[in-house]
Write a protein that binds this ligand. Structure first.
Ligand SMILES: Nc1ncnc2c1ncn2[C@@H]1O[C@H](COP(=O)(O)OP(=O)(O)OP(=O)(O)O)[C@@H](O)[C@H]1O
Length: 362
């Protein structure tokens, strides 16, 4: 399988070469809220992140991290809802900031969102059909009423809903899980090239989560749509995704094949995340300490090194001097941590190559 690289067919003009460009590319993107980077009220939500979603490999990539790590900011940037403070976001090679009307519509159609709150999408005064018929009309997805009906039925069936039990009802007559699956159906009607699902199951009962995740997986597998699954829940990330990105305070600290990252996490932060979960596996100790003690280091508040240094049990003097690059800890696994400095370093721009089936050459 061809791996995406940052110079693969990228062009800034909306020309024929754009079809070879990755679907979405974040290049050295920083997002600061509340002022400039150095101002007192500023929050650096995303710090120099590069990420490529090729769009031609039907995989599920999870983005995990604790609250405030920048997951939603990353998702909002990818969908063009907010602009970066610095860096560039490209859609098929064109800067999203300069997309014209027709290209912007194409972008809006290609990248679909499934939000955390399944209530927010519905107007309680309209039947459920409304959230499906509006995009059909807006994007001219059907030629006739019969076409429109068929499209809705088939989308609902793909997510495991029966049209006769869904259409014609008001939102309050559906369960939270059914409502969320209608929003997945709405996204897939658009034949998107990417679905960004931001905490899609965090507001529904645990008993319904599996059905929603299953419907996302079905969409991914039957329609070959890549999905970016944003979550703070490592357990569901492990179950649904092929690859995983772990974020900490606006940076990507670990990335790779989900099995490899969860079974053998290399970054002390990921280890902490995983060890704080009571996995149903007696072989996996809970709350263990893996890295051993670090050096006696005073971590100044304004240092420019690793953002995890002040919490890291394995902190070393060099961690507060410089920020580490990602190191390749396996063929499909990298950790942004000096504990692995004997491994080959990977430029951050190439981290996304780990999120495809084959691994990059070091
Ligand atoms: N509109 C905003 N204005 C100011 N600060 C913001 C804004 N949105 C997010 N932030 C801050 O940016 C940082 C990253 O927030 P973000 O919502 O991206 O994190 P998250 O990982 O998605 O968190 P959660 O899991 O709680 O949703 C946080 O410190 C947050 O307080």
């Amino acid at each position: 399988m061809a791996k995406p690289t940052t110079d693969q067919g990228v062009t800034t003009a909306a020309g024929s070469a754009r079809t070879h460009a990755p679907l979405i590319e974040l290049r050295n993107v920083t997002k600061v809220y509340g002022g400039r980077v150095l101002s007192r009220n500023a929050t650096v939500a995303l710090d120099d992140v590069s990420l490529t979603v090729a769009g031609d490999t039907p995989q599920i990539i999870s983005v995990v991290g604790e609250s405030g790590s920048g997951k939603t900011t990353l998702a909002s940037l990818l969908m063009g809802f907010i602009s970066p403070t610095s860096g560039t976001i490209l859609y098929q090679g064109s800067d999203v900031a300069s997309l014209g009307g027709a290209r912007m519509r194409e972008f809006r159609r290609d990248v679909q969102a499934v939000f955390q709150d399944p209530f927010s999408v519905f107007n309680p005064f309209y039947r459920v059909d409304h959230v499906l018929t509006v995009p059909i009309a807006k994007f001219r997805l059907a030629k006739s009423r019969a076409d429109r009906h068929d499209l809705m039925v088939s989308a609902l069936e793909t997510v495991g809903l029966r049209a006769d039990e869904t259409l014609g009802r008001y939102p309050h007559q559906l369960s939270g899980g059914q409502r969320q699956r209608v929003t997945v159906a709405r996204a897939l009607m658009m034949r998107p090239k990417l679905i960004v699902a931001d905490e899609p199951v965090s507001m529904v009962d645990a008993s319904l989560r599996a059905t929603i995740l299953e419907s996302l997986r079905t969409v991914n597998q039957t329609l070959k749509v890549p999905i970016l699954y944003i979550t703070h829940d490592l357990g569901t990330a492990y179950h649904v995704s092929d690859h995983i990105l772990v974020m900490y305070r606006g940076t990507i600290v670990e990335a790779g094949d989900v099995e490899s990252v969860i079974s053998a996490p290399k970054h002390p932060y990921t280890q902490l995340l995983i060890d704080s979960i009571p996995w149903p596996d007696p072989q996996r100790p809970w709350g263990q300490e893996r890295t051993g003690r670090g050096e006696k280091v005073t971590v100044p508040e304004d240092h420019h090194g690793c953002r995890f240094a002040d919490r890291c049990p394995a902190v070393m003097a060099r961690c507060v001097e410089n920020a580490p690059p990602p190191y390749l800890t396996g063929p499909d696994h990298a950790a942004t941590c000096f504990l692995h400095a004997e491994q080959p370093a990977l430029p951050k721009e190439r981290l996304s190559e780990l999120l495809t089936v084959s691994a990059p050459k070091s």
